[in-house]
Design a protein. Sequence first.
Length: 503
Amino acid sequence: MTKTVNHWIGGKSVEQAAGASGTYGSVTDPATGAVTTRVAFASVDEVDAAVAAAREAFATWGKSSLAKRTAILFKFRALLDTNRDAIAEAIVAEHGKVHSDALGEVARGLEIVDLACGITVQLKGELSTEVASRVDVSSIRQPLGVVAGITPFNFPAMVPMWMFPLAIACGNTFVLKPSEKDPSASMRIAELLSEAGLPDGVFNVVHGDKVAVDRLLEHPDVAAVSFVGSTPIARYIHTTASANGKRVQALGGAKNHMLVLPDADLDAAADAAVSAAYGSAGERCMAISAVVAVGSVADELVGKIKERAEKIKIGPGNDPTSEMGPLITAAHRDKVASYVTGAAAEGCEVVLDGTGYTVEGHEDGHWIGLSLLDRVPTTAKAYQDEIFGPVLCVLRVDTYEEGVALMNASPFGNGTAIFTRDGGAARRFQLEIEAGMVGVNVPIPVPVGYHSFGGWKDSLFGDHHIYGNDGTHFYTRGKVVTTRWPDPSDAPSGVDLGFPRNH
């Protein structure tokens, strides 16, 4: 019997109300293909109920002390740490990633909770005294009100935690619309927040599809929207929410490149390429999907990548020996496979073809093996599109300059990396490359929590990156107060404040 995942509104799980959409989505176990869960899809009225609960809660939460907010977040952090295995198991069951990857996701989310627990430092204002005679100017930051987060399937715990801990620490209330493909992790998080003492209505979850998303984008009581997902949807989120007067941070897709110079440690580069391209089955926006080999190193590098890729064990995420799990859905698996089956006709050399892979005893799972394409032209779809699967493209160039020009011509600018022993080359690369996050001998340069995450070009829509200082600024508004007080000695006649009259 399948379980049902409902909405979380006003501090409790809420079943679909009479007159609601009555629509449910199916959640499958990617390792078996079996439907295990149904998830309620919110109607406009149910989204409105969640926003109304958040708005009501903001009346008191927005004025609550920083001490109270951070005390609750500290309790939440402890509960999250204690329950990290249970959350990881929910991710494995619905997303398919291996347990170690799921645990790593929770750990990265905890970094942002840590940052939120110390929000008191981030929210300190500024003061300038005597800018004119007896005039002081101060700057403060205040919460926005009700804010919303729309998050993807690939990190159902981590990406929401990029958003809501900072948002609620800053005094906002939050409505989360997680992916309908793996909704259970967000509900477990909601339960832990409630257990930590978060007041009802401060954190809400509505599940659903475009109906729920569009209502959040247009709702007059939603002040800001955070989004992580594909570039076409990020562009739509930014355009629609901005047109409705909302502050928006919308992180889009990627085609992350790794430049390998002739002096690089090729064993380290091959190890990095395999982990960055095939980890989490390639279903992450920071995956390396294109290796750009400079000069004579290409043949040896491709051989080392192939050797390592062939040893990766693919299997169910709950099998501790598995190093890579299935893809999220059968439809996504088929789309990823199409890039490999059509690669040779577009001029690619197919070194590894994982499209026929299956796991014995789990034949109905959403399986695909590792694919490696060499001598990939920039005109190939496998290079131009964000595949979001375990497909690595190798492109060959003669010089550093040619490689950087190729990479900068990409419409995406999320993350990038260079592998070299030369500090001067690395310094030049980090200044010349057009991307928001750069790794030097680090293949996946995801910043730690106190630095902000975000790309350039078609990988980001809006002015703010996510978490770090940008996150605090996004979830607050600045206010400048100019104050002039007369000196106490100038008090009106008859009012004695104990100050001398001569000064």
